[in-house]
Design a protein around this ligand. Structure first.
Ligand code: MN
Length: 714
């Protein structure tokens, strides 16, 4: 239990002229009037107001606030009256205690209308004197810290209310440390299992992470010292609830939440901050679109900082925040930091502007009679990262900012999501990736035979839509590979006049299933379709060994093997489907950068053609599949080029030199001379992509006596 002397010491440390006597008297009175009362923990009741007062000193609040904190439960729980308080401690203290007492009577778990009323009162109290809310937040924080003494039912209710109302409120007021602690404790009671799991994971990695933090810190400090920038570097965890939210929102495992650790660099001046971000970006590559300048454009709660995510020394993502000492103070204490200045000079202009939303809300509420409507405006203010839209029946649904009609469709029902073909917003047709805005009325158009598109994964925002879509894609992927695998196995087996069905029916397939390490025949066949197992491997377990002739080493099989070998690194991406066996059409030799399309062949996986290839044009649309190139391929691809030139001595040498200077390898060359003293040269060269090829052709064309140079379709 914190002692009153500690509280007094803290106050005089941040405010040497503070009226400590007021705080002391409040303490003595509180101790006397709560005498004999005990908390559920068995501790004397006084421990609670004392802890609350202690928390208020962490926010560095004035003596009036701290005194009010010590007295905050006297009106509600003791025989003390407002007259007593006014007489003993004056009007300001009494006014605040009254405000806190009024708030305590609010129940937020009730129906929507009563909730609106409660929040309305809370906002009013807040606008009346922000210290009322600050005390209420500290009161809630201490109650959360001691929640274990409550009944289970109360634990759940209080934790839910904290997560719904108090944590967002702390966040909106910019008091980061209170927000994160409230969230984490509520998280522990509401979702004990994921909480434990995350806590364990974090604990398990503690040593490793500490070592990592030290390494990064040393690098940053050394670089900043070189540039003469004195700074403080802190490495820290994201809070557990923050990690959990990331896992839920992005539908990823703990291991995949990259920015669990974040680094903060604290400097003296704003120019130093910008200088520092320049240094960081010069040592570690920034991830595009992740740089945010909240110094130039502060958040609505006055938060200021530079944010960037970079690729760290081990290829990992690192979140970096850069700010001044003062900004760091505001980032921690939010509105309370501004309050501290108010004492001297009145609410400064900056703060006034920052919390204009609060004033506006109070002014607005005077005219709003409908509690739902009021609730709506509060929600927009309190939860700026959410949007609220209406269903055609008038139900309100909440979504994360950026949500689309597809998210809406899945929220209504999974089937609606699957069958969603279009959407109307306020009566007008919109694209499926349209960003919903608060207040809009959304209507989903469905068609019973429609199937979702894998592309939707690129824009959906809710976990439900994402996970349902993933399930769908996985099932599709499996169906496709099962069909492919079946055809591929059958084709090989037919050579020996047996059919896959025979082995399936007799159960003989089980031997291959077991030997190759699969659980079921379907699993095995699907992995043939995925290209993980060859049909020859399967056949080897089914047929007498002598019968199997080795797969002929053809250009195609070599290519196939190459593709299999480098799948993780590069090559072609079958949109949404991983790991499908692909090969390149010999007809058109597609290169990275070429527009391509895939053809689902019988028994050979997917063949890739250039979209301009005659085969692509004549393809059965049922078997067409959209493809794209994986970014940053390091592979080289064979391509044929034709060079028409005058037949002169040494020209061939010039051409081959130009090709190899262009970093392309010559795999094959042939020359034929025409009767008119011209020559046709054919080269097969390997290039990294279409751009590379174009450069090579350009430099060949520059050679004297070369008439034309071009890529060959085959
Ligand atoms: Mn209390």
């Amino acid at each position: 239990m914190i002692r009153i002397t500690d509280i007094l010491d803290r106050i005089s440390a941040y405010n040497s002229e503070a009226d400590l006597e007021l705080v002391e008297r409040a303490y003595v009175y509180s101790a006397r009037i709560h005498e004999g009362q005990v908390r559920l923990s068995g501790e004397p009741y006084l421990s609670h107001p004392l802890e609350v007062a202690g928390l208020l000193t962490e926010l560095q609040l004035d003596p009036v606030s701290v005194a009010a904190g010590l007295l905050h439960d006297t009106l509600e729980d003791t025989k003390a009256t407002t007259e007593d308080l006014t007489r003993l401690f004056g009007e300001p203290v009494t006014h605040i205690v009254k405000g806190v007492t009024k708030l305590s009577g609010l129940a937020f778990r009730s129906s929507e209308a009563r909730q609106a009323e409660s929040i309305r009162k809370m906002i009013l109290a807040m606008a009346d004197d922000i210290r009322v809310i600050l005390i209420k937040l500290c009161d809630r924080l201490h109650n959360m810290r001691t929640l274990q003494f409550q009944t289970e039912k109360k634990q759940i209710n209080i934790a839910q209310e904290t997560l719904d109302i108090y944590a967002p409120l702390a966040s909106r007021l910019g008091i980061h440390w209170i927000k994160t602690e409230l969230e984490d404790i509520a998280f522990m009671y509401l979702f004990p299992e994921p909480y434990r799991e995350i806590a364990n994971q974090v604990a398990k990695k503690k040593d490793e992470q500490q070592e990592y933090i030290n390494t990064i810190r040393e690098i940053i400090e050394a670089k900043m010292a070189e540039a003469n920038l004195p700074c403080k570097v802190q490495g820290r965890h994201k809070n557990f609830y923050g990690i959990y939210q990331k896992m839920i929102n992005q539908d990823v495992d703990f291991e995949e939440v990259y920015d669990i650790l974040a680094f903060r660099i604290i400097l003296d001046t704003i120019p130093q901050c910008y200088q520092a971000i320049g240094i960081i970006h010069s040592i570690w590559k920034p991830i595009p679109k992740r740089f945010k300048d909240f110094i130039g454009i502060p958040k609505p709660n006055m938060y200021q900082s530079l944010h960037s995510t970079v690729i760290g020394p081990f290829g990992e993502r690192v979140e970096i925040q850069i700010r001044t000492r003062e900004m760091n103070h505001v980032a921690r204490d939010g509105i309370a930091a501004h309050w501290q200045y108010k004492e001297k000079s009145g609410f400064d202009q900056k703060t006034g502007a920052a919390f204009a939303w609060l004033r506006k809300l109070v002014e607005d509420q005077k005219d709003i009679k409908d509690p739902d409507e009021f609730m709506e405006s509060v929600r927009i203010e309190l939860f700026p990262d959410e949007v609220y839209v209406f269903s055609p029946r008038g139900d309100v649904l909440a979504f994360p900012k950026g949500a689309t009609p597809v998210d809406f469709a899945y929220a209504i029902h999974t089937e609606v999501g699957y069958q969603c073909t279009g959407a109307k917003v306020d009566g007008r047709m919109v694209p499926l990736k349209y960003e919903l805005k608060t207040g809009q009325r959304v209507e989903i158009i469905t068609s019973p035979n429609h199937r979702p598109s894998k592309d939707w994964l690129n824009f959906v925002k809710t976990a439900k839509a994402r996970s349902r879509l993933r399930q769908f894609v996985k099932a599709e992927e499996r169906k496709l590979s099962l069909a492919l695998g079946r055809e591929m196995c059958d084709k090989v087996l037919r050579k020996y006049h047996v059919s896959l069905n025979k082995y399936l029916a007799s159960g003989e397939i089980e031997k291959a299933v077991h030997e190759l390490g699969y659980k079921t025949a379907d699993d095995l066949i699907a992995s043939v379709g995925y290209g993980k197992v060859t049909p020859q491997q399967v056949a080897r377990y089914l047929l007498p060994r002598a019968e199997i002739e080795d797969e002929k080493e053809t250009v195609v099989t070599r290519l196939k093997q190459r593709i299999r070998g480098r799948k993780a690194k590069s090559g072609i991406l079958v949109r949404g489907l991983d790991d499908i066996l692909v090969r390149f059409g010999n007809c058109c030799n597609p290169l990275p950068g070429d527009p391509v399309v895939g053809y689902i062949t019988r028994g050979q996986g997917i063949t890739v053609h250039r979209t301009s290839c005659v085969h692509a044009l004549s393809m059965d649309s049922e078997r067409r599949i959209e493809l794209e190139w994986a970014p940053e391929t390091e592979e080289s691809y064979p391509v044929r080029i034709h060079v028409l030139c005058h037949d002169r001595m040494g020209l061939l040498a010039n051409i081959t030199a130009a090709i190899s200077q262009g970093d392309a390898n010559i795999l094959d060359a042939s020359v034929s001379t025409r009767t008119d003293k011209r020559a046709d040269c054919y080269f097969t060269i390997s290039v990294s992509g279409a751009d590379h090829l174009e450069n090579v052709i350009k430099s060949v064309k520059k050679i004297r006596h070369v008439i034309t140079a071009s890529r060959l379709a085959a």
